[in-house]
Design a protein around this ligand. Sequence first.
Ligand SMILES: *Cc1c(COP(=O)(O)O)cnc(C)c1O
Length: 380
Amino acid sequence: MYKRRLFTPGPTPIPEHVMLKMAEPIIHHRSPEFNEILTRVNENLKYLFQTAQPVLTLTSSGTGGVESTFVSLFSPEDTIIAVNGGKFGERWVKMPRTLGLNVIEIKVEWGKAPTREQIEKALRENPTAKAIYLTHSETSTGTATDVKSLAKIIRNNSTALVCVDGITAIGAHELRFDEWGIDVCVTGSQKGLMIPPGLAFVALSQRAIAAMETSKLPKFYFDLRKALKSYKKNDTPWTPAVSLIIAVDAALQMIRTEGIENIWRRHERMAHAVRAGAAAMGLKIFSDSPSYAVTPVWVPDNVEWKQFNKILKNTYGITVAGGQDDYSGKIFRISHLGYYDELDIVTAVAAIERTLFDCGWKFDIGAGVRAVQEYFTGGK
Ligand SMILES: *Cc1c(COP(=O)(O)O)cnc(C)c1O
């Protein structure tokens, strides 16, 4: 027998009862039944983002959610600042450039988080910047940014909107939209929300909503003014992905039951356990500021990534994510975002141990699992 287990940072595993919800007969989206579901989803999304502000649900992947913010908030030639420390940060430089915005790029070495000095310098040099885009958890490098501190710096030094790609951070890292002074935060359904790909969620502050009134970039489907108008009636401007909204309703109820603080804490613990397991196997962590959603690990020197990945997947059924661009074959990424518990982490580390052993890596087999168990039981 061969059991597949997904440890990738999107799509992430889906709880069985959430999957079954999507198998029920479809309902019409302009019906009292659907309105009731969307009303509950809208309420619970506020809880997820820790906000009293609207969180709009769009039928698109996360990238579409971010695009909706560029086209809905800004005008041609507006200056925006974007942090590029990996594949997603790079996307938030390329996309607004394509859309006709003047983009100031803060380049950050892969595996490092942007510093306070880098943000302050960019704000000083670009006092007319309308926004700064930060990636809370840069999935390509498994690196977390200190959004709380940086948001404060941005708020104290400028009028720029604080815009956050929270796509793998929401549900893994603490994020308090209102308290931290965030203006825009986007997430996607196939990450911490534990449902299939296809929905994006966009939280907007009053400042962001005000910016929408003067925005002149062309838009239609992704016009957040239309989405906001419908949102006020717990409706959507276009046919939404009905089944996914039904799924996210179930997932959000799970999130409320567990409690957002407990969820953040669970992810922090799982991340620390994976790091302890990796260290005990002689593996090194790639990032200086590792994410709680996904742990980036260097492929050991005399292990060949292709062989490692093939054995891990085909023999032990575990799918992890490889490295991208310059880090292809050099790092791999173990996700623990969403529907995972402590014993899932034991399983992932056990499979990595078996695979390393099969690849001829010299280490004390069992040390990784022991370190994970010791971390969880508070040993050492
Ligand atoms: C997955 C991801 C995206 C892109 O989302 P899609 O749903 O693939 O469009 C953007 N940013 C981050 C940090 C992500 O992890």
